[in-house]
Design a protein around this ligand. Structure first.
Ligand SMILES: [Mg+2]
Length: 368
């Protein structure tokens, strides 16, 4: 259990380094174009940097979790496909190899050897984890989790639009609406029998810059049934701003206008639109917002599983927006619903996420 959490934390640290390296190093990766289309299509390399980062991070988790916990092989899920057709018609699969040489060989089919070499070093480098000594002691006491019963959802880079834009937006109320701050890596471990979320890890690779302007990230983890949480550094933000009297409900830009009108007309609530399902959930977890409401089926299991486990660990929850029965019903992670392709993994009844139960009754009294 301790080693499983430690591995997840180590991999999220590594994924943050990969995300920053590919996004930030213009000299190295500037030649990977942002969008492949028409004349702008990249002539030199076969993948764009968004695809490369997304897929490499997903495969990083798949490979190293599967290597250390072979029982989980085949139960690590994500959105991205890892097979591409090159311009010469040949198929290439992005996979981390058993050795750095194997990974370099695979990457050299997509990138020049220098770029491939830089990436391989990071991919295969073990990182110090953010599991603090006092947390390690707590995690040691946890009951045994049967690895044969676990599944993992990975969202390698949530809010890829902001990752591609790479723009640092301004914040209000401590929240960034459209900014590279909104990018997160989301890892959720669930029980394959019950579908319940068990462990969550969120990494925010572009959290802040140091004195030299270099981006730094942070990680946050939680174990739902044990009520344990921990983080890599004490970065929990404090809500600030002029309008502290109203509760903040985070919403997406495409939210239903009637719902927004009701919330904004109420004396208790105001809405703020920020990018990224993961960033919205992270902001509820850190207390920058009181709730996140999504009335549509536009979030997926990989977006919510990890944050859901952390919310549960903190006494909050993530429930369907369309209420089912007394308690509102449960969002579960083991069964797919209807719909083609990835659509079957959508949270089809929408979601409401919160830390405090009082928030739900207040929200429902406004929007029902
Ligand atoms: Mg996502």
């Amino acid at each position: 259990m301790e080693s499983f959490l430690e591995l997840l934390l180590s991999l999220t640290e590594r994924s943050g380094v990969i995300a920053r390296l590919i996004r930030g190093d213009k000299d190295l990766f500037g030649s990977l174009v942002e969008e492949k289309s028409g004349k702008a299509k990249n002539q030199r390399f076969e993948v764009d940097f968004k695809t490369l980062s997304d897929t490499l991070i997903q495969e990083l988790f798949k490979h190293f979790i599967g290597e250390k916990f072979p029982q989980l092989k085949g139960f690590i899920f994500g959105e991205e496909t890892n097979t591409f057709t090159l311009s010469n018609g040949e198929n290439v699969t992005i996979e981390i190899g058993p050795t750095p040489v194997d990974t370099a060989h695979m990457l050299s089919r997509l990138l020049d050897p220098k770029l491939a070499g830089v990436l391989v070093e990071t991919i295969h480098k073990e990182m110090k984890t953010c599991l603090k000594e006092e947390d390690r002691e707590k995690v040691k006491l946890l009951k045994y989790l049967d690895e044969r019963q676990l599944g993992v959802w990975i969202d390698p880079l949530d809010s890829t639009n902001e990752y591609v834009r790479g723009v640092t937006g301004s914040s209000s109320d401590g929240l960034y609406s459209q900014s590279i701050h909104c990018v997160t890596t989301l890892v959720g471990v669930f029980d394959r029998i019950t579908g319940k979320p068990l462990i969550g890890v969120i990494n925010q690779p572009f959290h802040s810059t140091d004195s030299e302007g270099v981006w730094c990230g942070w990680s946050l983890w939680g174990i739902s049934e044990e009520g344990l949480i921990g983080m890599s550094s004490p970065l929990i933000p404090v809500r600030k701003g002029d309008n502290l009297s109203k509760k903040i409900c985070l919403v997406s830009s495409s939210e239903d206008s009637h719902l927004l009108d009701k919330l904004n007309a109420s004396t208790e609530w105001r809405t703020i639109n920020v990018s990224g399902c993961g960033y919205k959930l992270l902001s509820v977890i850190t207390g920058l917002a009181d709730a996140y409401v999504l009335s549509k089926d536009s979030s997926f299991k990989w977006d919510t599983c990890g944050p859901h486990a952390i919310l549960l660990a903190m006494g909050g929850n993530l429930e369907p927006f369309v209420r089912q029965g007394e308690g509102g019903g449960e969002v579960l992670y083991h069964c797919c619903g209807e719909g083609e392709g990835s659509k079957c993994w959508a949270n089809k009844d929408g979601i409401i996420a919160y830390l405090s139960k009082d928030v739900v009754s207040s929200l429902l009294s406004v929007i029902d």
